[in-house]
Design a protein around this ligand. Structure first.
Ligand code: ZN
Length: 270
C-alpha cells in the first residue's frame, strides 16, 4: 500500500510517459547581420539579445572584413556558440573567393584580416556552411537560391528564386547591409511586395525574405547597430537598433592602418 501512503501525504510517484515531456517552447530568434569585425557593435547587440531573452542567436555571415577586431569577434562568436553562414568576406579571407571584384578598401581589409587570424580562426571561417535551415526559418548571406554566388537582393525580382526555394516561410539574409522585407501574402501569393517597416507581421506571409541589416557596418544612413528579432510563435519580426561606441571602433580601424574611409563611414551609416 505504498502508493496509498504517498497520496495521503500529498506526494505522488514520478509519472512516466508523455505527461512529463516538456512541450516544445515557442522560439524567439535573434538574427545578426554583417558584423564585419566590429567588436563594440557586436557586444552592444549581444547585450540587447540578453535583455530581450532570446532563445537562439544566428549570424547571416560576413563576420569579418572591414573592421579592426577580427580575432576578438571570432572569439566572442565561439564563446556564445552563434551559428553562422559564410559571407563573401569570410570566403575571401580563407582564399575561397577572388578579391579581384572587391573594391580596394575591401581588398585591403581582407588581406589585413587574413594576416591577423590564427589557424583556428581560419578553420572556423572555412568550415562555415553556405546556408542553415533552422526549425522556423533559413539563413543565407546573399540569396537562398544561389548562396555561393553572393548575389545582392535589391528588388522583388531578385528575391523570387529564393522565395520559391526556401523550405519554410521565413528566410533571413544580409549582404547589402540595408534592412528590407520582401514577402508574398497568404491571401495572394502570386504577388511579391517589399516593405522597409521595422515591424512586420510575418504571420500574414506565405513566404518572406528578410534582410536584417548590419551589426557592424550599417548602410541605411542609421549608424546604430541593427538586430533582427523573430518570434516564431506569433510570426512578428522586429528590427531593433542599438547605440554603440562608434569612436572606439573607428580608432581601432585607424590604429590597424586600414583605409580611413572604413572608420569614417561608421559615423554616417553608409
Ligand atoms: Zn557585408
Amino acid at each position: 500500500m505504498a502508493l496509498g501512503f504517498l497520496d495521503d501525504v500529498g506526494l505522488s510517484l514520478p509519472k512516466t510517459g508523455r505527461g512529463f515531456e516538456p512541450l516544445p517552447l515557442p522560439m524567439r530568434y535573434a538574427i545578426l547581420g554583417d558584423i564585419h569585425s566590429n567588436l563594440t557593435a557586436l557586444e552592444a547587440v549581444l547585450k540587447e539579445v540578453d535583455r530581450l531573452g532570446v532563445d537562439r542567436t544566428y549570424s547571416v555571415g560576413d563576420v569579418v572584413g572591414y573592421g579592426g577586431a577580427p580575432r576578438e569577434v571570432l572569439d566572442l562568436m565561439r564563446e556564445r556558440q552563434i551559428p553562422a553562414v559564410k559571407g563573401n568576406h569570410d570566403a575571401a579571407v580563407v582564399g575561397e573567393l577572388d578579391t579581384a571584384f572587391f573594391n580596394p578598401m575591401a581588398r585591403a581589409a581582407v588581406d589585413w584580416t587574413r594576416a591577423e587570424l590564427t589557424e583556428r580562426d581560419l578553420d572556423w571561417l572555412q568550415n562555415l556552411p553556405l546556408t542553415i535551415d533552422m526549425e522556423d526559418g533559413s539563413i543565407s548571406h546573399g540569396t537562398y537560391a544561389h548562396p555561393e554566388a553572393y548575389e545582392y537582393i535589391q528588388s522583388t525580382d531578385d528575391a523570387e528564386p529564393s522565395l520559391n526555394l526556401q523550405p519554410t516561410m521565413a528566410c533571413f539574409v544580409g549582404h547589402t547591409h540595408v534592412p528590407v522585407t520582401i514577402l508574398r501574402l497568404k491571401e495572394d501569393p502570386t504577388r511579391t511586395f517589399y516593405t522597409v517597416d521595422t515591424e512586420v507581421d510575418l504571420s500574414l506571409a506565405q513566404r518572406a525574405l528578410v534582410n536584417v541589416g548590419s551589426v557592424g557596418q550599417p548602410r541605411d544612413e542609421d549608424p546604430r547597430a541593427a538586430l533582427g528579432i523573430f518570434d516564431a510563435e506569433t510570426g512578428q519580426f522586429r528590427l531593433h537598433r542599438v547605440e554603440y561606441d562608434i569612436d572606439r571602433e573607428a580608432k581601432r580601424i585607424l590604429a590597424a592602418g586600414l583605409p580611413e574611409m572604413l572608420a569614417s563611414r561608421l559615423f554616417m551609416g553608409i
